[in-house]
Each structure stands twice: as structure tokens, then as C-alpha cells.
Write a protein that binds this ligand. Sequence first.
Ligand code: GLN
Length: 255
Amino acid sequence: MSSYKEVLKHAQRRMEEADRGEQAALLYLLELTNMEAHNLYMEFEQEMPEDIEKEYEAGIQRLLAGEPLGHVLGFEWFYGYRFKVNEDVLIPRPETEELVANVLAAYDEYFQGQQVTAADIGTGSGAIAISLKKEEENIHMLASDISEKAVMVAKENAANNDAVVSFLVGDMLIDRDIKLDILISNPPYIPNEEVMEDSVVNYEPHVALFGGEDGLKFYRVIFENAPKILKEKAFMAFEMGYNQKEALSSQKIFP
Ligand code: GLN
């Protein structure tokens, strides 16, 4: 039998040695025991129940092998909401919360109080679309993904979070009779040949990560088709790679 403290320290040491970062060991323990950090520290010298210790150790083994914490837990937090994740969807990233916050600020600036129609293209887990709908009831939210399995996960997330979002499988940009006030996308934007961490490449869907030779393929498709589906007064918002701003804000994106 070991104390919470001993179990955590032992896990942190191994995570550190394996270069997986010790932080995930703590986050995992907090989620598994449903504790806040201050509760955990109060219990620190107490013995950890054996069944929890076993489950924790099994999860630590998966983390040591490189599996992302979201997969071990089966969910990830995003914008204060809980989203189911699995190998069919990209795990929502903290930086993408900025995209949501910026869209909400732009909505307030251009459309405050008005009913608008917005679409999230390549919705994956549905994190962006569902968070926007939760935060701004006036947005009629559409979301699409080319992956049917992803849309199944996104629908489940919408139901679990009690959000009304219309999902569709396929390419929303083509042959759709819709007119949007807001178009949002966090498309796959990693250049095909880029070297990435094994915990990303080995576990997350490549269809959600890689955006062609220069990573810009999906922005090209969106820019070419957007005029057909945008209203006259509308805005678009994207996540992009740290070094893609120049290409995206100039004509250089089109060879
Ligand atoms: N930000 C993600 C990563 O670095 C990539 C997300 C994307 O391609 N849209 O893993």
C-alpha cells in the first residue's frame, strides 16, 4: 500500500525520465480521483485505495508509451466544457480556445444581439462549434466534417453538452444552399513532411493534421469557395500554423 504522494512521485519520476513531462501524471491523478489539487494535497499522506492505484498505474503505462492523456481519459476539457475524444478526432488544443474567444468578440463587434448563421468546417470533436453555441445562443451553428466517425463523436458531444448544432458529413463548401454570416475553420495545416511528436503522429488522425505539401491546401479550398456561401456582410476566422500568417494574408497562397 502506498500514499497518494508516493504513487504520484513514482509516476512523475518515470514520466520525467521517459521525457513525457511530469505534469500529465498529476493531471491524470486529479481527473481519475475527481479531486481538485487542494483536495489531493490534503489527502497526500493517506493511502490510495488499491483499485485506484491499479487503474492509475495502467494509465501511466499508456502515457509512458506515448498515448495522449485525452485518450487515456477518453475526454478533454475545452472552453470549460468536456468533450469525448478518441482516435477519430483531433484532441482539442488549448490554443484553439483563442479562436473561439476571438470569434465571440468579433460577433459582438459586428452582429451583437442579432441571429446569425455560422459554420465550422472540419469540426472534428465539435469543440469549436459546440463552445460557440453554448456561449452565444444567437448563433445558428452548422458544422461539417469529411469523416463520418468524427461527426458521430461530435454529435455525442453536442448532446452531452446540451448544445443544438446541425452536423453534416462531407464538404460543406460544395453544392450547399447556405448563406453564412460567419465561417470558422481549424483545418489540417501541418505540412505533410513535418516531423512531429510521436504522441501526436502515432495517435491522432492524420486527416485532421496534414494540409498538403505546404500545409495550406485547405485554406485554398476554403478561400476559393467561400464567396459562394458567404453573405455580403460576413467574416471568416481561422486557426493557422505559427509561420503561415504571411502566406494567408497575401495573394501568395495562390501560386
Ligand atoms: N495545433 C495542432 C498540432 O500542432 C494541429 C492542428 C491542425 O492541424 N489544425 O498538433
